[in-house]
Ligand binder design. Structure first.
Ligand code: ZN
Length: 143
């Protein structure tokens, strides 16, 4: 940059000066126009929707309007660990509180009716598509 400036000074200072004047003139013109634009607008805040607002997430059962039933064993087995039969927590299933409670009561009821196994997942439903990944919970466990 410095070299370039020096070169310009050596070569033709007249051209340089002319360029500078043109630039300054155009700059001042643009400044006045921007000032005019600002003065026309009001300085009051504009009403816009919050850009940082998170999208409301709906749990999968609410989204499809499903009421968990103790006879719907195939659905309930999705919320059960295939290894231990444990009912997955809300941090894994991502259900809302009411639906999670409904699922848990339905599973316990189904197990009491011997429709569902307690300590493992039904072998017929092992290859069902998974609604969530228990290895990667939606949020960390609270304990
Ligand atoms: Zn829900």
């Amino acid at each position: 940059m410095f070299k370039f400036a020096k070169y310009l000074a050596d070569k033709g200072s007249v051209v340089n000066i002319a360029k500078n004047t043109i630039r300054s003139v155009s700059k001042s013109a643009s400044d006045t126009s921007s000032l005019a634009a600002v003065s026309n607008d009001t300085d009051e805040p504009i009403d816009i929707p919050n850009p940082y607002q998170k999208e409301r997430s709906i749990c999968i059962l609410c989204k499809h309007n499903i009421v968990p039933d103790y006879k719907n064993v195939r659905l309930l087995s999705q919320f059960q660990s295939p290894y231990t039969g444990r009912i997955y927590g809300r941090h894994i299933t991502g259900l809302c509180k009411t639906k999670q409670a409904e699922v848990e009561t339905a599973i316990i009821r189904a197990q009491a009716c011997a429709l569902m196994p307690t300590y493992h997942k039904d072998i017929d439903f092992i290859k069902d598509p998974k609604l969530f990944n228990p290895e990667k919970p939606i949020r960390p466990h609270k304990y």
